[in-house]
Design a binder for this molecule. Structure first.
Ligand SMILES: NC(=O)c1ccc[n+]([C@@H]2O[C@H](COP(=O)([O-])OP(=O)(O)OC[C@H]3O[C@@H](n4cnc5c(N)ncnc54)[C@H](OP(=O)(O)O)[C@@H]3O)[C@@H](O)[C@H]2O)c1
Length: 326
């Protein structure tokens, strides 16, 4: 079943409360908003995370602000801070990071650029992945390690409480109940508001939910990789945020390259393939919160403008036909 049929009602339920202050277009059961160029697009379609945090659905991923191999400081530290500040100016209020990005660098840059934080800015970080070297990632889900991770992130981010703390990976050597038990204790101590998971299947989410409430899932997902479609459907049912990483295709930015499956459609609508890929994610599900990452101010502007794209149901039908099979 196509998403236009599948999501009509849900989309209205979710967006009906959040589209105040703009013109809403109803096309084939789907609601889109027409924005003037002067409006900050990312501010216009939101999701209620964990029942109490309103996040603008086009977020920002802060992993690409670090050095090569997600290791060390970027060559131009000031530029990285400019990108973060500009993202917020453009209406982004959901920034994804992790202690492992750099490691530590991404969190430190966020605090340097944005602290004291503007009201309503939500920083989602993660722990449970260690970094032996560039491009190397090794899970560590031991409770004592995760407790240290939370304390470290609080310090680096200059926060008293982390709004969304995500278990970066389930460590196959540690029962997930033990890892999440540590996060539950931190939540009870007031150091974490909400907990999310990353790279999980439905069974793992169910198991985690026996330990504590889970408000989000962050899995790899984009228009040419829909291996997590069932997890997305699960998130819709449970009203959890689905945060697709690699929304542009990841390190190779495959959707920005010539030959992208949506290149011709993008041209037809006068937008870039990256913009159409991001707009498709927002269209495809009301629980979708993409976090495109970039170290470039120009790419940031281009990506955030994707939230302005407003197409007819007929147009989306042609674009849906080009998406990878779920
Ligand atoms: N949970 C996890 O396990 C996990 C794993 C990976 C990532 N993440 C999170 O997800 C976020 C996004 O994922 P990602 O960074 O891997 O992939 P992505 O956002 O799909 O792509 C990022 C790449 O695309 C390029 N790019 C961005 N905008 C572009 C544009 N308009 N035109 C051309 N190229 C563009 C970037 O290079 P430039 O810097 O040159 O723009 C970068 O190389 C990360 O920042 C991180 O927060 C989570």
């Amino acid at each position: 079943m196509r998403s236009s049929e599948r999501y009509g009602v849900t989309r209205r339920e979710f967006l009906g409360t959040t589209l105040a202050g703009g013109v809403t277009v109803l096309a084939g059961g789907l609601m889109f908003q027409k924005l003037s160029a002067a409006e900050s697009p990312a501010a216009k379609s939101s999701f209620l995370l964990g029942g109490d945090l309103t996040i603008n659905r086009l977020g920002f991923g802060a992993m690409r602000l670090t050095g090569e191999g997600i290791w060390g400081w970027p060559p131009d530290r000031e530029n990285a801070k400019k990108v973060l500040r500009r993202a917020v100016e453009l209406g982004v209020n959901f920034i994804d990071t992790a202690d492992a990005y750099g490691p530590e660098v991404s969190e430190l840059l966020i605090a340097e650029a944005l602290h004291p934080y503007p009201k309503g800015l939500i920083i989602a970080t993660k722990g449970g992945n260690t970094r032996p070297g560039p491009n190397q990632w090794v899970p560590d889900g031991r409770p004592e390690y995760l407790t240290k991770c939370v304390e470290g992130s609080l310090k680096r981010l200059k926060l008293e409480r982390i709004d969304l703390y995500q278990l970066h990976r389930i460590d196959p050597k540690v029962p997930v109940e033990e890892s999440l038990g540590a996060l539950k204790k931190m939540q009870e101590a007031g150091k974490i508001r909400h907990v999310g998971l990353s790279e999980v299947n439905e069974g793992e989410i169910e198991r985690a939910k026996k330990v504590l409430p889970i408000v989000s899932v962050q899995n790899q997902y984009n228009i040419e990789n829909r291996r997590s479609e069932r997890v997305l459907e699960y998130c819709e049912k449970e009203k959890m945020a689905f945060i697709p990483w690699a929304p542009i295709g990841g390190s190779r930015a495959s959707l920005a390259k010539t030959g992208s499956p949506i290149e011709a459609e993008a041209k037809k609508h006068g937008v870039s393939a990256v913009q159409l890929a991001l707009a498709w994610l927002l269209y495809h599900s009301p629980v979708m919160v993409p976090i495109p990452g970039t170290s470039s101010l120009a790419h940031l502007e281009e990506n955030i403008a994707a939230a302005k794209i407003s197409l007819t149901a007929e147009d989306w039908k042609s674009i849906e036909a080009l998406a990878a099979r779920a």
